[in-house]
Write a protein that binds this ligand. Structure first.
Ligand SMILES: Nc1nc2c(ncn2[C@@H]2O[C@H](COP(=O)(O)OP(=O)(O)OP(=O)(O)O)[C@@H](O)[C@H]2O)c(=O)[nH]1
Ligand SMILES: [Mg+2]
Length: 297
């Protein structure tokens, strides 16, 4: 009998949830950046171990935060719904920082959402933490409300992942696979392409820009000789943000475009011609209809 189930990832922004999902799935399904609030949608990463006979559907979620606008409100309510529907919760904390009030708040919210939900805590980023500092963090994590077991891991180096995945595989319910074992993600291809462009925007901008930008892929055109043309819009909320994104003489947008083209080529395994257009789309973060269309539900 196989086992399969949904594992919802909870944790503060920037603790490494998306990095962990990519590491467990073994390919890139979610973008990662050093900016908090990188993830906006619930992305399912699928990891099937045919030998062990289990399938983990890892639901990568936005970091838990205080909602500020319709976008963050939707992100937050999505987190709550997804966790209520999961078979397990995987709470990720940043081992560099230890357990803080934000982590305690999330642990409490998990218990309130569903007190029967088995909760595993992964203490991440142990590649940067010495053993003496790690011991007290593991102890604090074990004391978090609702947490059943604690695993020290590094999503970056892979340390501790086999143990964590093995345990998650034992904890998901018996049942048939939920997705074909060769699948890695349920994300529409165009969304992934837009996300890869946004990842390069996040890597190259600061202050309020990362939060103000969304990317929309308008067209993907595959020519017979294999060249793929991708036309995408980068939305800013104001003219001044648009100016920053374009940069002097178009320098910034061309840097973003060059880096994004490389990611798209790796993703599509083809030569890519990327056309980026920066435009102002005021208040897109508050536009319910637009957020629906962007798949931010
Ligand atoms: N040193 C180290 N850095 C890590 C590790 N895992 C993630 N990071 C870094 O932490 C930062 C945040 O990673 P993400 O995976 O985007 O974090 P997240 O929890 O998904 O963040 P949100 O989507 O904003 O909630 C990135 O710069 C990662 O490279 C790790 O195991 N070790
Ligand atoms: Mg993320």
């Amino acid at each position: 009998m196989t086992r399969a189930g949904f594992v919802g990832l909870a944790g503060r922004p920037n603790v490494g949830k998306s990095t962990l999902v990519n590491a467990i799935v073994g390919s890139r399904v979610a973008i990662v950046s050093m900016r908090p609030q990188t993830t906006r949608r619930a992305i399912r990463g699928i990891a099937t171990d045919v030998e062990a006979g289990h399938q983990l559907v890892l639901v990568d979620l936005p970091g838990v935060q205080k909602p500020r606008d319709v976008l963050t409100e939707r992100m937050q309510s999505r987190v709550e719904r997804e966790l209520a529907d999961s078979d397990l919760a995987l709470m990720v904390i940043n081992g560099e920082q230890g357990v803080g009030p934000g982590d305690r708040f999330i642990a409490r919210a998990l218990v309130e959402a569903n007190s029967a939900l088995p909760t595993i805590c992964a203490v991440n980023k142990i590649d940067t933490v010495g053993p003496n500092e790690l011991v007290p963090v593991l102890a604090e994590a074990a004391e978090l409300e609702g947490v059943d077991e604690v695993f020290p891991i590094s999503a970056r180096s892979g340390e501790g992942l086999a143990e964590l995945v093995g345990r998650l595989g034992e904890l998901v319910p018996e049942g048939p696979y939920l997705y074909p074992p060769e699948d890695h993600s349920d994300q529409p291809g165009e969304t992934m392409l837009a996300e890869l462009v946004r990842e390069q925007v996040l890597n190259r901008t600061r202050d309020e820009i990362p939060h103000s930008v969304e990317v929309n892929v308008k067209e993907v055109d595959r020519r017979e000789d294999g060249l793929v043309t991708v036309r995408a819009e980068v939305w800013a909320e104001t003219e001044s943000q648009k100016g920053i994104l374009i940069g002097k003489g178009g320098k910034k947008v061309s840097e973003i475009g060059t880096a994004a083209r490389r990611s798209l080529e790796a993703e599509l395994d083809a030569k890519v011609h990327l056309e980026l257009k920066v435009r102002v789309r005021g208040h897109w973060r508050r536009d319910e209809g637009l957020l629906d269309r962007l798949g931010i539900e």
